[in-house]
Design a protein around this ligand. Structure first.
Ligand code: F6P
Length: 533
């Protein structure tokens, strides 16, 4: 018997008993919307448009307690080595602990170091912002790219520093297309890599260095590095005063709060970056203090667990109704899938249920004209996570924002309500159709409805709110990971592909043969070689 077998069984029984129930019927209970939503500060999380009722919620809360979420949470915040396959603490929260107390790792307070680095980043960002640098190129990948790239775009109304560009892909097209537009004499290149060994990043960094030298720039003065591997940054030729280090207790996909966020700080200024950190810190405090029933990360995690592990919905769509959050689904994709896409529990046994869901999505309203067809009428249920601000930044275009809100709310309503065959028939009858043709056409216009969604609403997408949103999802992933019994902070699943790419490189270069490779790989190599000639 597994550690939570009884709890999963109880939840599965609740699912079986309620799976055909219309979500809409739950609103017959007065105050359903208030009871199945929670707020922290000005941020509202509404999960009333799901099939979760009071019994199910109680069973989910019992799961949280049985999994020991509170103790694990406290262990994380207090610097215990909860990433136990790598023997590391998990302390990205210390990076935003602006006015909190000491945080100890192995008996040492890490906060003086965090503050000192932050202060150096502020000084450097101010200098860059006032020194005639026109463009900043952040070279990094995964967690060293997705967070800052997402946030710089999200906060463009606050962007008053140099232009920022992000190069991640080892495909030469990415760096070539980026550098083509830039002046090497007024460009700052930031090499962002926790390990400073990632092949994509180091290849792009060397290419950028050569480009700068060839085009009249000075790499020794115009490169900066963000890394835990300070020696390697020195070997690359970056002077120590342009290196911003961090510790191994900051995971790559959780790292935008510290040095990896330097491009964001240069874009919006140290004050704006502080507001972003304060948003994250506010969510930390909420996560640590709020009762489970009011705790946004816990509730969001429980909705996730209910849909993915109990109802068996394989994917989850992140749908921000905010054009500036276009990169947020990509960012959450790494956060969730690299953290919780694992099949083995901490103790080495198999996970008891399915692992984390497939996370994908796009900004609304664009997605409505692309994939919402499947979300509304496809045979698979895709739980949706909508996000909407009460106000946009474009005061002179307020009517656009009203339309955006109407669309966001209409989608969650349509998903829940659907359209019955009778309603579809009435629509067809109104067009003059009759008989078999009416029946046939009506069936195409039926929406089963009863498709769950949650909505996160906030006043305005400013740096503080973005900090809240990112920290909310980080903690959600943490709670889900604890319930699944896995280590959300390692990523062994990315290793095999990297190893094989290294061993294939001489084969692709023609310095080694394809002996020992499978027939498909050998044939693909052969095709490439024939067409390279
Ligand atoms: O390949 C996965 C990964 O290790 C991510 O976890 C990480 O965010 C990314 O590569 C980049 O790593 P680094 O910052 O060390 O270059």
């Amino acid at each position: 018997m597994g550690r939570l077998t009884d709890h999963w069984a109880a939840l599965n029984a609740r699912y079986d008993a309620t799976k055909t129930r219309p979500i809409l019927s739950l609103f017959e209970v007065p105050d359903r919307a208030a009871d199945f939503s929670a707020q922290t500060g000005d941020m509202l999380f509404d999960y009333s448009k799901t099939n979760i009722d009071t019994d199910i919620r109680d069973a989910l809360m019992a799961l949280v307690d049985a999994a020991g979420v509170a103790a694990k949470r406290d262990a994380m915040f207090s610097g215990e080595a909860i990433n136990d396959t790598e023997g590391r603490a998990v302390l990205h929260t210390a990076l935003r602990n602006l006015d909190g107390g000491p945080v100890l790792v192995d008996g040492q307070d890490v906060m003086p170091g965090v503050h000192a680095t932050l202060e150096r980043m502020r000084g450097f960002a101010d200098q860059i912002r006032s020194s005639g640098v026109t463009d900043v190129v952040n070279i990094g990948i995964g967690g060293s790219d997705l967070g800052p790239a997402m946030a710089v775009q999200a906060l463009s109304p606050y962007h008053d520093g140099p232009r920022c560009h992000f190069v991640s892909n080892v495909d030469g097209a990415h760096i070539a297309d980026t550098l083509r537009e830039l002046d090497a004499k007024t460009t700052l290149v930031i090499v962002a890599s926790k390990t400073f060994t990632t092949i994509e990043t180091m290849t792009n960094a060397r290419t950028a260095k050569a480009w700068m030298a060839e085009h009249g720039g000075n790499p020794a003065a115009q490169f900066a590095a963000l890394s835990t591997a300070e020696e390697k940054t020195r070997d690359f030729g970056i002077p120590a005063d342009r290196v911003f280090g961090f510790e191994d207790w900051v995971g790559g996909r959780y790292s935008m709060w510290g040095p990896i966020g330097l491009s964001l700080m240069i874009a919006i200024g140290p004050k704006g970056f502080d507001a972003f950190l304060r948003g994250g810190q506010a969510m930390d405090r909420h996560f640590r203090a709020a009762a489970w029933s009011e705790n946004l990360p816990v509730l969001l995690a429980l909705v996730g667990i209910w849909h993915a592990q109990v109802c068996g919905y394989a994917s989850r769509a992140v749908l921000p109704y905010d054009q500036r959050l276009t990169r947020l689904p990509d960012y959450f994709q790494q956060l969730e899938m690299e953290s919780n896409g694992k099949g083995v529990q901490m103790d080495g046994s198999d996970v008891e249920v399915s692992s984390g869901p497939i996370v994908w999505g796009a900004a609304g309203t664009n997605g409505q004209h692309a994939f919402y067809q499947l979300i509304h009428q496809g045979t698979r249920v895709v739980p949706c996570e909508f996000m909407i601000a009460a106000e946009g930044h474009e005061a002179d275009l307020a009517h656009h924002h009203q339309l955006l809100i109407a669309n966001c709310l209409a989608q969650s309503e349509a998903l829940m309500r659907g359209r019955s065959l009778e309603e579809a028939r009435a629509k067809m009858a109104a067009t003059g159709l009759t008989g078999d043709e009416l029946e046939r056409q009506a069936r195409h216009r039926v929406f089963t409805g009863n498709r769950p969604s949650v909505t996160l609403a906030y006043p305005l997408l400013d740096p503080f709110v973005l900090g809240q949103i990112v920290a909310l999802y980080e903690h959600r992933v943490f709670v889900e990971g604890v319930i699944l019994g896995i280590n959300s902070y390692d990523q062994w699943g990315v290793e095999l592909g990297k190893e094989l790419a290294t061993s294939l490189q001489p084969v692709i270069d023609g310095q080694a043969g394809t002996e020992g490779k499978d027939g498909s790989t050998a044939a693909l190599v052969d095709f490439i070689h024939r067409h390279q000639a």
